[in-house]
Design a protein around this ligand. Sequence first.
Ligand code: NAD
Length: 326
Amino acid sequence: MSAAAKRISRKALVTGGAGFIGSHVVSRLLRDGWSVVVYDDFRTGRRRFLAPHAGDPRLSVVAGDALDARRLHAAMAGADAVFHLQANADVRGGPKNTRVDLDQNTIATWNVLEGLRRRGIGRLVFSSSAVVYGEPDVFPTPEGAVTTQTSLYGASKLACEAMIQAYSSYYGIRAEVFRFVSWIGENYSHGVIYDFFKKLKKDPRRLEILGDGRQRKSYLYVGDGVDGIFTAFRKAGGRMNTFNLGHRDFLDVRELARIVVDEMGLRGVRFEFAGGRRGWPGDAPFVHLDVSKMRALGWTPRTSIEEGVRRTVRFLAASPWLLRRA
Ligand SMILES: NC(=O)c1ccc[n+]([C@@H]2O[C@H](COP(=O)([O-])OP(=O)(O)OC[C@H]3O[C@@H](n4cnc5c(N)ncnc54)[C@H](O)[C@@H]3O)[C@@H](O)[C@H]2O)c1
């Protein structure tokens, strides 16, 4: 690298950088010339997701728990920006474990914010969720809609957003908060398509679907989502921004199941519905976010939801190791 390039190269810390979305953020940062520190304890992340960058001297990996503040803050030394993707990304577990979202999302995010403050780091990207809206009245749902909590996961993410706002106001940290719909694509390792794929591998004659199959959701292909994050990171002005990151379209769960079945080359699969309007406590029957704020920055998803789902199934079919471990 030339001396000039060295001077302008920037360093990012990515918490959860070995996860589904984090690994794509890492790839994008490296592609854009950043050096990157991944901070991850691999509880759901996979070293294999980072394998394409093996040997790249700009990438280092610190195996550590986000609740280990001392280790985390040490890893943040010299960073210009933090991309905080670590979390308990399992939205369903709240009723059974009422502590996990508080620890893994809220406290872990406070640890990250303290690291920014102590290290004087001026930029933060945070992965929030459409779940913070609970069951809204307005569709597509804009960022300013009233939030009503129906899950501890959503509540913990909203608490993170509020703390980020306070830190941003106290210490001048510039923060981009993104409320994601469900992301799909390569490195997808949890969620509805993963569950369908696994069940159908076990028994290709029938598929159990949670709820009545009429839940409608937006999905976003990971390549488009990462483009969105970096578009806002580059272009958004002001100190703190909150952006919905979703798709103009949505699918109901039965349509989703049909695409998965078709891409797997299966025929005559019997769908069995568990019943009820929601798949689990806290599941929103309809998720469709208004993305005009992101569109105003010139971003729009290019991949149709169907194509994203098909790519996800192809990725899972080519990754039997991923299903073995879970
Ligand atoms: N995937 C989605 O559709 C979606 C939707 C909305 C929001 N989000 C949010 O986006 C972010 C990334 O989600 P994802 O789907 O990539 O999840 P993921 O589980 O694949 O990634 C999370 C990463 O964080 C790591 N991690 C978790 N707890 C840790 C801890 N205590 N210490 C260190 N590392 C830890 C995991 O090992 C993993 O690599 C999360 O904040 C999630 O809440 C995801």
